[in-house]
Design a protein around this ligand. Structure first.
Ligand code: PHE
Length: 333
């Protein structure tokens, strides 16, 4: 019986739940000490048997009791220890404070939107998954037109595709609004391109102004774009070059004097002194016909936001804008 006393000590001294479990098996298991004591009882003189049984049973329940109490204590201690190890001391002093910032593409987009909003252009959004009619057909780009080749993209079934430019927002807006219209449409567009200056996804801002026939001229377009480009790049020269877009006639490409060499000629401007920054023109009558607009005139323009961000921040590889490299992005905070 004195043997049992040792187990009381063992329980109080146990330092882990695992150790406690070992003790439980040694005491209460089939081959445990209690079983052995009860077995011994059988050989004891008859008159002592009930006394021994009584004592053994008392020990049995109090040992069980001790075991439970110790188990709860140990579990609580272990939990506290784990919680302490995982805790974050919010009162600790830190020498580093980090502020988030807008991605250079979004920041540039915001600045462009800011300019046109100040000129009363409403901001419109269309659909990134677009149909053939809005992306091509209504923009005077019929099926099999060679100009479609320059804008290859991802096609879904039923003539649905990832839009190749923001120009379909012109169509969507004209289809559900009466003229006059003054709108810009910022957003992501998709093309099958990948090199130093192209990524399969990039951002454009479209502009469209429509008013009564004869009220909108190329001079209006020229004025606003020159003013806008000076707002974005400071004192730069602006030049309009004849070009072709199926949805504008006449069409022009707009260049600014190189912001790196001030027009002297360098690697960025391929020694020409000029940088191409956007496309524009007077809206083609076929576009107005497609959306059922009569007796109106208008101008439209479109630009690539990444191109602007690259020129503003002097970034050499457009792809780096989409790699999510914090070290790269932190430079523009
Ligand atoms: N949508 C043309 C492009 O992506 C840009 C553009 C828009 C040109 C509007 C003229 C007028 O290349």
């Amino acid at each position: 019986m004195s043997l049992l006393k040792e187990w009381y000590d063992a329980i109080t001294e146990a330092q882990s739940v695992e150790k406690l479990e070992e003790i439980r098996i040694s005491v209460f298991g089939k081959k445990g000490v209690l079983a052995a004591e009860f077995a011994k009882m059988k050989t004891a003189p008859n008159e002592q048997k009930s006394q021994i049984a009584k004592e053994l049973n008392t020990h049995k329940s109090s040992l069980m009791n001790e075991l439970t109490v110790r188990k709860i204590t140990l579990q609580t201690l272990e939990l506290e220890k784990a919680m302490k190890a995982e805790a974050i001391d919010v009162s600790l002093f830190s020498s580093k404070s980090e502020a988030g910032a807008l991605h250079p593409v979004m920041e540039t987009m915001d600045r462009i939107v800011e300019y046109f909003s100040s000129m009363n252009f409403a901001v419109k959004t269309g659909n990134m998954v677009e149909d053939d009619f809005n992306n091509f057909e209504a923009l005077n780009l019929p099926k099999y037109h060679p100009a479609r080749d320059m804008q290859d993209t991802f096609y879904f079934k039923d003539e649905m595709l990832l839009r190749t430019h923001t120009s379909p927002v012109q169509i969507r807006t004209m289809m559900n609004t009466k003229p006059p219209i003054r709108m810009i449409a910022p957003g992501a567009v998709f093309r099958r391109d990948y090199d130093l200056t192209h990524t399969p996804m990039f951002h454009q801002i479209e502009g469209l102004l429509v008013d009564k026939e004869g009220k909108v001229s190329f001079a209006n377009l020229k004025y606003i774009l020159e003013d806008f480009l000076k707002y974005m790049f400071g004192e730069v020269e602006v030049r309009f070059r004849p070009s072709f877009f199926p949805f504008t006639e006449p069409s022009a490409e707009v260049d600014i004097s190189c912001v790196f060499c001030k027009g002297k000629g360098c690697r960025v401007c391929s020694k020409t002194g000029w940088l191409e920054v956007l496309g524009c023109g007077i809206v083609d009558p076929n576009v107005f016909e497609a959306v059922n607009y009569k007796d109106v005139s208008g101008y439209a323009f479109g630009l690539g936001v990444e191109r602007f961000a690259m020129l503003i921040h002097q970034i050499g590889d457009l792809r780096s804008l989409f790699e999510g490299d914090i070290k790269f992005l932190e430079q523009f905070q």
